[in-house]
Design a protein around this ligand. Sequence first.
Ligand code: NI
Length: 255
Amino acid sequence: MIFESHAHYDDEAFDADREALLLSLRERGIGTVLNIGASLSGSEATVKLAEQYPFLYGAVGVHPSEIGELNEESFARLHALCAHEKVVAVGETGLDYHYPEPEAALQKEWFERQLMLARETKLPVIIHSREAAKDTLDLMKALHAEEIGGVVHCFSYGKEMAREYLAMDFYFGIGGVITFQNAKKLKEAVTYIPMEKILLETDSPYLAPQPHRGERNTSLNLPYVVEAIAELKGISREEVEKVTEENARRLFRLQ
Ligand code: NI
């Protein structure tokens, strides 16, 4: 069954139908969900969801846009959440230079702290990198991220960057963007990346694939992503589902 490696079901976009939606996933082919914390409250909510649903696991972290809320006290709380039995990764964390704030130096500081947290707690890391390719890579190399391991979520760079992350033995989260007509560079990268390094993800409620672009996204849209990858790789949809699930279980140690 499909392993959804990146969703935000704690988001208010799901307040009206969260329970019904989550309970409908398995019968529609989505076997496992990794819910991703993007803030402190989101990380707390992620752990609550993981306690409530047996098929749902959590990652705890603070997205680069939200790091203003981090200080020693709140970071200690994040650290404590890592010990929860259903928390399988640190993240999402990284760098996002799309907006001028928070300033880059501060983003780098808390990205570094979260990478070190992943190392200390022996958890893989979920990387968010937007318009910050070089700085993300430089910092990851400096901190020997190849010893930590993890996934570059919503990978949106080209083949050259893919080569760099492959050298660090990282995985690549591929989602709705692969179905967009203008995603030429990403399609080239996915053709190049070995199937054994690809994870399926949605980033729900964001980034819905064609033909639902612009709508609220859910894991139920993953078959569109599966189909796009199957076409690029020249393999069956079943094979895409099977291999990406094996990949996710290997990375998040859910054998
Ligand atoms: Ni996300």
